[in-house]
Each structure stands twice: as C-alpha cells, then as structure tokens.
Write a protein that binds this ligand. Sequence first.
Ligand SMILES: Cc1cc2nc3c(=O)[nH]c(=O)nc-3n(C[C@H](O)[C@H](O)[C@H](O)COP(=O)(O)OP(=O)(O)OC[C@H]3O[C@@H](n4cnc5c(N)ncnc54)[C@H](O)[C@@H]3O)c2cc1C
Length: 358
Amino acid sequence: MTTTEDLRKKVRDFLASHPFTPRCDSWAGAYDPGFSRELAHAGLLAVSWPEHLGGGGGTAVDRLVVTEELLRAGAPLAAHWVGERQIGPTLLRHGTPELQEEFCPPLARADRTFALGMSEPDAGSDLASLRTSAVRDGDGWRITGRKIWTSGAHLATHLYVLARTSREPDHHDGLTEFIVAMDAPGITVTPILDLRGEHHFNEVALEDVYVPGRWVIGRVGEGWRQVVGQLAFERGGPERFLSTYPLLSAVLTAGLVDDTARRELRALAARLQILRAWVLETARTLDAGGAPVVQAAMSKYLGNRFELSVIEWARPLMPRAIPAVRALYDQALAASPASGIRGGAAQVMLSMIAKDNR
Ligand SMILES: Cc1cc2nc3c(=O)[nH]c(=O)nc-3n(C[C@H](O)[C@H](O)[C@H](O)COP(=O)(O)OP(=O)(O)OC[C@H]3O[C@@H](n4cnc5c(N)ncnc54)[C@H](O)[C@@H]3O)c2cc1C
C-alpha cells in the first residue's frame, strides 16, 4: 500500500525530473498539455478514480496530497484541471457506465480537456436563471445559447454545458447537464482578454449544436441538484489557498524576510495549517460519498482571504526582490481580483455559510 508520504515523495521526484518555470495561479493560468500527459503517465493524475477507468484506485485524500505538492511547486496544471477535478468525479457519481468508459480513461490520460459552460451574460451568481436551452432531436438534443467567462474554451476538446430542458415553476428545476464536443458545428468561441491582455477566458455561442443522447450527464431535469454537488469539487480543494504559495516560498528562499515579515509569517503559517486541515476534512467527506458544499464554500472564502494576505505580506519586500520573485508577485497580484469571483463570488459564499443551519 502506498502511504501518504510515499505519494508525496513520488510527486516531488516527478517535479524534480520535469523542469518548468514555477507560476502563481498555475492551475488556472499555466496550460501545458505535455506536462499533464507526463503526470498521467507517471500515475499522478486521476489518482482517486477506479483503476478500470484509468485512475489510480486511491482516495480523494490521495488526490489532495498530489495536488497540494503540485500547486505548492507552481507546476503547470491548467490543461487537465477541470476534467480531472470535477468532470471525471461528476461522471463517476452521475454518469452511466458507458459514459464513464467513454470519457474517464482519456481524461485520466489528459488526452481530452474540458471547459466549464455554466455562467451566462445574465446568469452568474444566480446560475439557475440561465437561458441556454436544449430541445430534443430524435435520440439527441439541440443546444442554443451563450456561455461567458469560459476559461480555456479555445483550447478544450469538450465543454460541460448546463442548459434548460423544460420550464418549471421553480427555475432550479428543468436543468440538465451535457457534454458538448468543441468541434461540433454551431459553436463559436470569441476571446475575452483579461486585465493583463492575456487570453484566458471566452464567450462561447452555441447555435443549434447537436449533442448525442448518451452525452447527457445523469438525469434529465436533475441538473441543479447534480451541479450543486459538483461545486464541492470545484470549491473545496487546496487551489483556493495555494495559488500564491510559489510567491510565499520564493520570498523565503530568496532571504527577503525582515523582522516584521517574520512576525506576520507566523500568523500566515497558522492560517495555512487550518486551511490544510479543513480541505483534508472535505476530502474525507468526499471519500465517504458526501457533497460538502458549505464546507467547500468556507475553504474557498477563507482561502481567498489567505491568498490576499500573502500578497499584502510580500508587497513591502518587493523592492529588494530579484526579477523571478517579482514575476511571481506580479502574477499573484494580477490574478487576485478574479480569485474572489471565479467559482462563485465571495459574498455568495458568505451568504451560503450564513444560511447553513446545521
Ligand atoms: C477568472 C475567472 C474565470 C472564470 N471561469 C469560468 C468558467 O470557466 N466557466 C464558467 O461558467 N464561469 C466562469 N467564471 C464566471 C464566474 O463563475 C462568475 O463570474 C461568478 O459566478 C459571478 O457571476 P457574475 O460575474 O455574473 O457576477 P454577478 O452574479 O452579477 O455578481 C456580481 C457581484 O454581486 C454580488 N452578488 C451577487 N449575488 C449575490 C448574492 N446572492 N448575495 C450577495 N452578493 C451577491 C457579489 O458581490 C458579486 O461579486 C469565471 C470568472 C472569473 C473571474
């Protein structure tokens, strides 16, 4: 049996033999399909999926160990991130065995890549008000609508789409989850540049796009209940507080820490340990088959506050920093406005936590 420490060592050995330039926010901003395939080849992708579907047969806790090491190092993870973090696990929970067999093994090899088509121009925090619709066409479906802020859609092979399949009194009902091939006729991807002028997200227009019936995830009309469970995978992982870790680590290695920074570092270290304990608890709940949505909202909110604190901590030290450390600071700073929005706005996380009456 592989122990946690063996697994951690395996990741560190892999990182030592696969050179890359460390980046902050590497799970969202550093796209390298070759690196993702190498990770898969080394048995470090989809470690929590069943072996017969190309996974490692391990647990969500094993995956946490692997991702923690990769994120701390600032390794390029964006190519496989959405597919491995949440599409595969969603298929394992809700997909038919045929759908799992069709998609999980190529996702586990990083041969297929996913973008997330949830948000729309008039549906972000209130996702259930989305207007993209799917109507039946023989055995399949035709999807028409617009998705926005779709990270990596210009690079992905497939798109996860949440669409309305019927009108119901409660707008949370009548939604369905689909898989769409990005090369299907009727899809137009328009780049949206971020404040750095970088092409990361897009607007995706779907015009009468055909989707085979077998590419429905789970049950027709049950999309809301299913997607809420998916949000635990999306929000509850260590990427919500380790995006700025490469900066923290580089500042320490470069010997930039003065007395004030050293005092503040103790508080940061304590907060980091609390967040680590919290995501470990989340991973254990996932392993037990739960959907810890509120727990995930807490780690996303507190993780985001932690990342902002790391940037504030590093700021006064930057005038003495070498260019490589300064570059990490710039990446962290440029990504910071988005961190409290992507995957769900901070205020919405607070609202969910406040309403939880357990
Ligand atoms: C970098 C980045 C990448 C993204 N990638 C993707 C992607 O790949 N796929 C995808 O589908 N989406 C993606 N998104 C979109 C993201 O999920 C939405 O931006 C987010 O859900 C907020 O929706 P909105 O932008 O429509 O803002 P709105 O919903 O209009 O909210 C604006 C602000 O209003 C406040 N607010 C809204 N509702 C409430 C409430 N109920 N309680 C309290 N305050 C509230 C909050 O302050 C919120 O920030 C991405 C966003 C960013 C920034």
